[in-house]
Design a protein around this ligand. Sequence first.
Ligand code: ARG
Length: 561
Amino acid sequence: MDAVKAYAVEMTVHLNGLLKLGEVMNLIEKPKFEEQGDLAFPCFTLAKELRKAPNIIAQELAGKIDHPILEKVVADGPYVNAFLNKRMVSKHALTSILKDGSAYGSINYAEKKNITIDFSSPNIAKPFSMGHLRSTVIGNSLANIVEKCGYQAIRINHLGDWGTQFGKLIVAYKLWGNEARVKEEPIQELLKLYVQFHAEAENDSRLEDDARAWFKKLEDGNEEALSLWTWFRDESLQEFGKIYNLLGVHFDSYHGEAFYNDKMERIVSRLEESDLLQVSDGAEVVDLAEHDLAPCLIKKSDGATLYATRDLTAAVYRQETYEFERSYYVVGHEQSLHFEQIFLVLQKLGYDWAKQLTHIPFGFILKDGKKMSTRKGKVVLLEEVIQEAIRLAEQIIAEKNPSLQNKADIAEVVGVGAIIFHDLKNDRQNNIEFSLEDMLKFEGATGPYVQYTHARACSILRKAEYEDTATKGLNDSYSWSVVKLLMEFPAAIERSFNYQAPSQIAKYLIDLSQEFNKYYGNIKILSEDEELESRLGLVKATTIVLKEGLRLLGVKAPDEM
Ligand code: ARG
């Protein structure tokens, strides 16, 4: 039984056909303050219709509305406010959460229709940047969220493994490279070669020509070029794999830019046939002036294809392969123009599914207010940052809970969880400040705080040797605040899906943790009385929702910490 619906039905009956049930449902809101009740029905719309003051209408209605699920109905100015029967509603809500377990909050929007999610997508032979970290964390969570909503997520890592930079890398390696050193520290060594190339090319323009020539060889399938490229790619992938392992992220496809090398001709001819290609400064472009956008570059003057050409091809390939219902690109907002261009070109080509493509942008990670860079000389290696978070987590745990078993495993879950949560609790469009110290605090809006709340609830259940039993519901105001939040979990999931915003779930989990900790601080959960089982049911339901909510973010919830 749904309390909002019961209230709305009751209201509709007494409105004698003035409003339809759906209209009443849409009008019902939450009162501003908790003391005012649980549901509020505003009478402004009716006032016009009935030519009566809303306050009067509210009073008349309040006197008529009566339903066992409503403890009390009062007029509060122009509103009809209802207080729900806590015991009845909590019994119903807790019973269904306990029964559904981790499936609670699932929505079946689409019977397993596909949503492709292009995320992480780092560049070969370059460090995994902070931007790639954000993309990885946000994309992974979105994948979990769309699956919770009944879709099938296709996780795609669109590796940056093609382009003229590989020509430069091959030239640099052949001139100054050393096999053993690359094997030892692939990313750092390849980056060094890349940097050296640019330094030397300033005085020696022939290097750039050589690089172009080597990239051309690579594109034409030259064996030496190809084998060096494969090697660089494999070494890089192994490095990235370490980060994905730590973060608990996996992909369904690693088709990067190179994969589309032999598939681009088709889209280029289609562009030609549709008369969309223009020559500008020797390059071939699609003009987008009518949309007030810079032209989309398809081919350089030397015939080489570009990032955009590969993205156009990839979009078509994905539609043909996965018949996606939607297609997400989780990429920083500095690439907004690129995606606008790509989507428009696909529309011009007459692909009606182009409207199903969405760029999901996000802000920068800042350190002391400045953009954290992995480019200029000093490289912040992401794996080291994560290891540092784990080390810090281990220290904190050793202090707080010295007798804890398997500290190292839990420190990993907490350190990694802290990084992920810190990212996702912010609206993704915002820039975020990277501070290991802040994100690892056990109090405040952090991952460890939510994890700790979950572990605390688990420990209560362990002490009580709780086994799932029926709940009779609860009647006090502390438990009521928790129950109301537990009932809001599905709505938080829905919002996170609609706005592609994992932050909706992260914020919800902080609220729930705070409310649960208030409950814990004010109520003797373990006293032996007739409500013990119901209180434990509330604790159990809280663990279910915290754990599932964290899972949707890509964060693990240990039972102890
Ligand atoms: N490799 C690119 C970069 O690091 C991101 C790729 C994003 N995905 C895409 N389909 N363009 O900037």
